[in-house]
Write a protein that binds this ligand. Structure first.
Ligand code: SF4
Length: 426
C-alpha cells in the first residue's frame, strides 16, 4: 500500500465508510465536521471509525468506568463498592481522570459503560470531565448505572448532553416492603416518574434491574413487580437470581441469626428459580426476549457493551476493580479504592501497571459464550477437546445442539453454574 498517494485518490479507489458516504450525501461541510478523519479503509485509518466498524462487525473495544461509591450499602451487596468518606471520593475522581487521560486511545470506542457503585451520584460537571478524554462522542451506546430517587430533569438533560444514551436503573423490586429490606428508599412511583424524565430528555434506551429471591418476596409480589415492568415498558430488563453471599449483611444475618434484614424470610432456591422462570415467560410475552442468562431486550436493544464480555471482544476498564481484556490477556485494577489510589499513578491502561494479568484461556469461550441464548459454534478441535462433558450434558438435557451450535436448554440455564464449572475444570 502506497501511503504517499493523495487522500482523494485513496477515497475514490477503496471501499468507503458507510457513515462517510451517508454524510457526503447530506453535505460536504457537515461530513467534514462530523468525520474530519474519514476512514476510507480501516487498514489506512489509525482511528477505526466506530460506525464503520459496527457496520462491518469489526470488534471495536468498549470502555468501562468504575465508580464504586454508593449512598447506602444494600443489605445483599458483596461488591467492594459502598459508602466512603467524601474526601476519598474526591481523590478517587482525580485518580480516575488521570488514569483515563494517561491511556493512549489508538482506537475509537464504540461503547462506554459507567458502572459501580452508583455513578449517577456524580455531579454533571464531574461526569463530563471523566467522559471528555474518551474519543468517539457520541458513542453508539453509552450507559450509566443509576439508583432511582435522584434523577431530576436537569440531571437527565446533563447526561444526554454528555453523550449518555442508555440508563440502567437499579430498581430491584417495585414492592416497598422488599425494597426497605435491601436498604433502598425509592418507590414504584418514583421509578415511573424518573423514566418519564429520562424519556423527556431524549434517553430512550432504559434498563430495569430486578432481583428474584429478595427477602419477603412471594409469587404475588413478584408478579406485582412484573406488572410494573409491563406498565413502564423498558427496552431492556435484567433479572438476577439472588445468591446470598456470606460477606453481605444479609448473609451474615443468615449465618449468625437476627431479624433486621429479613434473612429468615428469604425465598428458597427453588422458589427463586420459579420466580425467574415466571419472569422469562412474562417478559417474552411482552416482546422482551432473553438473549443472555440474566438479560432480556426488545429487538435491537441488547446491550452492545455487555455483549463484548460474553463474546470475548476487547474492552478497557478504568478505576478500582475495573477489568480489561485486549483479546489475549485479562487485566484487573486493584480491587479496593484505597489500593487503587495508592497505585493510581502507575496505572496507565491496557497491560501497563495493572495487577493480575492472566492469559486468556480458550475454554473461556465455552463458559462465557454459553451464557448467550444464541449459544456458541465450537471449532472442530473444541468439539473434540470437550467431547466428554458435551455429551454428558446433552444426555442430561442441560445442553442442546443442531450439530453446529451448542446452547443451554431451559433446565441448563437454571443449572448453568454446574455446566460452566465442568468446562473450567478441564
Ligand atoms: S447493590 Fe449497588 S447500590 Fe447497593 S451497595 Fe451494592 S453497588 Fe451500591
Amino acid at each position: 500500500m502506497d501511503n504517499t498517494e493523495p487522500i482523494t485518490r485513496r477515497r475514490r479507489d477503496r471501499p468507503e465508510c458507510p457513515k462517510a458516504r451517508l454524510l457526503r450525501r447530506v453535505g460536504g461541510a457537515l461530513w467534514a465536521r462530523v468525520c474530519p478523519r474519514v476512514c476510507v479503509d480501516t487498514r489506512v485509518c489509525p482511528r477505526v471509525c466506530s460506525a464503520r466498524a459496527l457496520s462491518l462487525n469489526i470488534n471495536v473495544p468498549g470502555v468501562y468506568l468504575s465508580y464504586p461509591f454508593c449512598a447506602q450499602k444494600c443489605t445483599y451487596c458483596n461488591f467492594s463498592s459502598g459508602v466512603f468518606p467524601r474526601d476519598l471520593e474526591v481523590r478517587y475522581r482525580e485518580a480516575l481522570a488521570r488514569e483515563i487521560r494517561a491511556h493512549h486511545f489508538a482506537w475509537t470506542p464504540g461503547t462506554v459503560y459507567l458502572g459501580g457503585g452508583t455513578p449517577s451520584n456524580l455531579a454533571p460537571d464531574a461526569l463530563r470531565a471523566l467522559l471528555r478524554p474518551i474519543p468517539g462522542h457520541p458513542w453508539a451506546e453509552a450507559t450509566i448505572e443509576a439508583a432511582p430517587g435522584n434523577i431530576a430533569p436537569v440531571t437527565a438533560r446533563a447526561w444526554a448532553d454528555a453523550g449518555i444514551n442508555r440508563v440502567s436503573l437499579g430498581v430491584q423490586s417495585f414492592v416497598e416492603k422488599e425494597l426497605r429490606r435491601t436498604g433502598r428508599t425509592h418507590t414504584a412511583q418514583v421509578v415511573s416518574g424518573e423514566i418519564a424524565v429520562l424519556r423527556a430528555a431524549g434517553i430512550h434506551n432504559i434498563n430495569i434491574d430486578l432481583i428474584a429471591g429478595l427477602s419477603g418476596q412471594t409469587e404475588a409480589s413478584w408478579r406485582e413487580s412484573l406488572d410494573w415492568v409491563e406498565r413502564l415498558a423498558p427496552e431492556h430488563v435484567s433479572v438476577y437470581m439472588l445468591e446470598v453471599d456470606e460477606d453481605s449483611r444479609l448473609g451474615k444475618e443468615m449465618l449468625l441469626g437476627g431479624v433486621r434484614y429479613g434473612a429468615l424470610d428469604t425465598p428458597s432456591g427453588d422458589a427463586t428459580a420459579d420466580f425467574y422462570e415466571l419472569a422469562v415467560e412474562r417478559l417474552a410475552a411482552l416482546g422482551i426476549a432473553r438473549y443472555e442468562i440474566s438479560n432480556f431486550a426488545r429487538p435491537g436493544f441488547e446491550s452492545r457493551h455487555n455483549l463484548k464480555y460474553w463474546k470475548l471482544e476487547p474492552y478497557v476498564g478504568f478505576g478500582a476493580d475495573a477489568h480489561s481484556f485486549d483479546g489475549r490477556t485479562r487485566h484487573q485494577n486493584p480491587e479496593s479504592v484505597e489500593d487503587y489510589l495508592s497505585g493510581a499513578g502507575q496505572v496507565a491502561g491496557w497491560g501497563a501497571g495493572h495487577i493480575n494479568a492472566v492469559p486468556h484461556r480458550s475454554d473461556e469461550r465455552f463458559f462465557v459464550g454459553l451464557r448467550l441464548s444464541a449459544g456458541i459454534r465450537p471449532a472442530p478441535e473444541e468439539w473434540r477437546r470437550f467431547d466428554a462433558p458435551i455429551h454428558r450434558f446433552l444426555d442430561a438435557g442441560l445442553l442442546e445442539t443442531d450439530g453446529a451450535t451448542l446452547r443451554l436448554t431451559k433446565r441448563g440455564v437454571l443449572l448453568s453454574n454446574e455446566v460452566f464449572q465442568e468446562f473450567l475444570n478441564l
